[in-house]
Design a protein around this ligand. Structure first.
Ligand SMILES: Cc1cc2nc3c(=O)[nH]c(=O)nc-3n(C[C@H](O)[C@H](O)[C@H](O)COP(=O)(O)OP(=O)(O)OC[C@H]3O[C@@H](n4cnc5c(N)ncnc54)[C@H](O)[C@@H]3O)c2cc1C
Length: 492
């Protein structure tokens, strides 16, 4: 049996260490009056929105429920001694991704992901002809979904042809759970077809979460401050465990499932359409079962992505030797992944080790050392992986182009029509919401330090604003990369 990851180490302690931001007194800036905007959530969307408002000289505060920034894009350096992205890892479309475009990032190495994937057929690698059949089956199915989406928003599953034969289950896994975090029966053909093709990707050696956290440095973020409710009757009042924050506007970036489950309440209640849209864009299930596999027992290259030619949905994807380390993740998703993660960490690790043994031989089990699993459906401030519209619901994403309540905008991956489910999409959506706020309550008064410290994305720099009023105080955040990787191999 593989060893479990350090039993004495709590999630709180490693996240605190890996993403520590300087602790601040609650709502320090309120002394100078209420804020122009309160931003709820310090994931990609919240960070992007804050940077944009800061660059425009606005007075803002970001309140974050957990003890770290990054949300679903967080790097853990404790579990394995090397960067381990517990959420997002692939930097899609790096040439146009706003997160990479904001570089260069000091001390961070971004490099291209291998362009192709591998497939395991039983105990051997797929032959070239088999790979061609598999890719052809994927392309056919993708085209069939796109064709159907020209006419109706139906479940993608209806477009999976019966004559895919022995590749059917694999194609269903890759296009459904792996790409959308849901089985194809639950995926809207419109949503699938509108998604920008994510065919180029990069990795950050120090972790995507580390890269994102570096972009939050200098921002006014209040950690461990969950918002309980937002009252929009007389300006904006956000009720938190540490007190009430007043602002002229709010940008809410919490995941759809958190709002849908009542984790954040509104007074007066949100309208029917707004509430409905959070349910229509429910998050799917996607988890990493991370294993330290010493000695490269799978005999594969760094960052290899491997699928199994499977007979049913009880399958997974491997990302092997992450950034040249001994870290491999076995990713489970969709209905199968949801059921498995509900059974707990031990069941997840058992599945991963048995499954790998089936593909690479029983010896693999002996090479498994430390392990760690994510269980995003159980994280109270996420409650799932990423949004994917249920059939007939893609229109709900457009709902977020406008405010969802008086002076309240919603931003996050769910609010992006083509880059949903990605960090880049969340970022762009956060910037869009900030633009809306700036249009509503700007131009702001002087905020030279904030504007000087934080630059907005190059593509969308705000117009210069006149300086008239002192800026809110911004303490710089602590350096993120404290830990020296211990099992990182040299010379990638
Ligand atoms: C396992 C997994 C793998 C993924 N892989 C990739 C990938 O490879 N590439 C990619 O681009 N994307 C990937 N994604 C998706 C990506 O992580 C998300 O799309 C993106 O990070 C979402 O950013 P966000 O700002 O919209 O939301 P979040 O990152 O969820 O940020 C919302 C923030 O709000 C906080 N919050 C919640 N409730 C409250 C409250 N009441 N008060 C205050 N704060 C609150 C949360 O703690 C969180 O910090 C993956 C996601 C998962 C889970």
């Amino acid at each position: 049996m593989p060893r479990k990851s350090s039993p004495g180490l709590s999630r709180r302690s490693f996240l605190a260490a890996s993403a520590a931001l300087a602790a601040r007194p609650a709502f320090g800036a309120t002394a100078s009056g209420s804020f122009d905007v309160v931003i709820v959530g310090a994931g990609a969307a919240g960070i992007a929105a804050a940077r944009k408002v800061a660059a425009a000289g606005g007075r803002y505060v970001v309140i974050e429920a957990t003890d770290h920034v990054g949300g679903r894009c967080i790097t853990d350096t404790r579990s394995f001694g090397v960067p381990y992205d517990r959420g997002a890892h692939w930097i899609y479309l790096p040439d146009s991704n706003p997160v990479t475009k904001l570089g260069p990032h000091r001390g961070l190495e971004v490099y291209p992901a291998p362009p192709s994937q591998k497939v395991r057929v039983g105990r051997r690698n797929a032959r070239e002809g088999e790979l061609e059949d598999f890719l052809a089956a994927q392309v056919r199915t993708t085209r069939a979904i796109a064709d159907a989406a020209r006419k109706a928003d139906i479940p993608c599953e209806q477009q999976v042809s019966n004559d895919l034969g022995e590749w059917r289950a694999t194609v269903e896994f890759v296009l459904g759970p792996y790409m959308c975090s849901k089985d194809l029966i639950q995926v809207s053909s419109f949503d699938f077809a509108k998604a920008t093709e994510r065919n180029a990707a990069a990795f950050c050696k120090q972790g995507f979460g580390a890269l994102l956290a570096s972009l939050a440095q200098g921002l006014n973020v209040q950690l461990t401050t969950p918002a309980k409710s937002i009252d929009t009757r007389r300006g904006i009042s956000v009720d938190t465990a540490k007190g009430t924050i007043s602002a002229r506007t709010a940008i809410v970036t919490v995941p759809t499932n958190v709002v849908a489950s009542g984790g954040l309440r509104f007074t007066p209640d949100l309208g029917h359409h707004e509430i409905d849209s959070f349910g229509r864009l429910a998050l799917g299930s996607y988890d990493h079962i991370a294993l330290e596999l010493v000695g490269n027992p799978l005999g594969i290259e760094s960052d290899d992505l491997i699928f199994e030619k499977s007979a049913d949905t009880h399958t997974a994807a491997i990302l092997a030797n992450v950034s040249g380390t001994a870290l491999c993740t076995v990713d489970v998703a969709g209905a199968f992944g949801r059921d498995l993660s509900a059974q707990g960490e031990a069941a997840m690790v058992d599945f991963a080790s048995e499954w790998l043994a089936g593909l690479y031989g029983a010896e693999v089990k002996k090479a498994i050392k430390r392990t760690s699993t994510t269980r995003w459906n159980k994280e109270p401030y996420a409650l799932g992986a990423w949004s994917c519209a249920v059939p007939g619901s893609q229109f709900a994403r457009r709902q977020y182009l406008d405010q969802i309540a008086d002076n309240v905008w919603y931003a996050g991956e769910a609010a992006h029509e083509t880059l949903w489910g990605t960090v880049g999409g969340a970022w762009e959506s956060g910037e869009r919401a900030a633009d809306a706020v700036i249009r509503r309550v700007g131009p702001f008064k002087p905020s030279a330090p904030a504007a000087a410290q934080i630059e907005a994305s190059p593509a969308s720099k705000p117009k210069r604003v006149r300086a008239e009023q002192p800026a809110p105080r911004h303490e710089s955040t602590q350096q993120y990369f404290g830990d020296t990787p211990t099992i990182m191999r040299e010379g990638r």
